[in-house]
Design a protein around this ligand. Structure first.
Ligand code: HEC
Length: 152
């Protein structure tokens, strides 16, 4: 009789533990565990976020536009950027080779949004530890600077 009581007690205990554990792990129906939710990756080239969705860049450089861009750059950007070396911000030599033209213009026109939502810009902010200032340029001015960057 004693042995049977002990066995019953063990079986009851095992059932109790088994059920309790199982129930806690169950997610409510329709809710996917975090590990199963895939993070959206941006498709295609990284154009950044901001007013510029798509621009056409002619194969040949427009020298007059680049000259205008150089002037705007020297007036509005050299407080933080030096060509040929790292300063408050990155060296912009070769920036057209590492970024999409749309990305560069969005960074110039809306750096606040870029460092909030674009992974590349976020990483730059983390590296340089000071935010890029919005210089309130027009799209035309930003485009001329982009042309100037093509000459570097
Ligand atoms: C107050 C300083 C400051 C000013 C002014 C400034 N920038 Fe920046 N810029 C930065 C910093 C710092 C970064 C790195 C990203 C960050 O920290 O937000 C950066 C990043 C950039 C990048 C991305 C570089 C890369 O390697 O991808 C471009 C392009 C750029 N700046 C262009 C400009 C242009 C064009 C102007 C002038 C209209 C300008 N910046 C004015 C500080 C500045």
């Amino acid at each position: 009789m004693k042995t049977i009581n002990v066995i019953v007690a063990i079986v009851v205990a095992a059932l109790f533990i088994g059920c309790g554990g199982g129930e806690q792990r169950e997610a409510p129906p329709g809710v996917k565990p975090k590990s199963m939710v895939k993070k959206e990756e941006p498709a295609g080239p990284d154009k950044g976020v901001g007013p510029i969705k798509s621009i056409d860049i002619p194969a040949t450089i427009d020298d007059a536009l680049a000259a205008t861009g150089k002037e705007v750059f020297e007036a509005k950007c050299t407080a933080c950027h030096k060509i040929g070396k790292r300063f408050v911000g990155p060296d912009l030599t070769g920036v057209v080779d590492r970024r999409e033209p749309e990305w560069i213009m969005n960074m110039i026109l809306d750096p606040e949004l870029m460092v909030k939502e674009n992974e590349t810009a976020k990483a730059l902010l983390a590296e340089y530890m000071s935010p890029m200032a919005n210089q309130s340029l027009t799209e035309e001015e930003a485009r001329s600077i982009l042309e100037y960057f093509r000459t570097l």
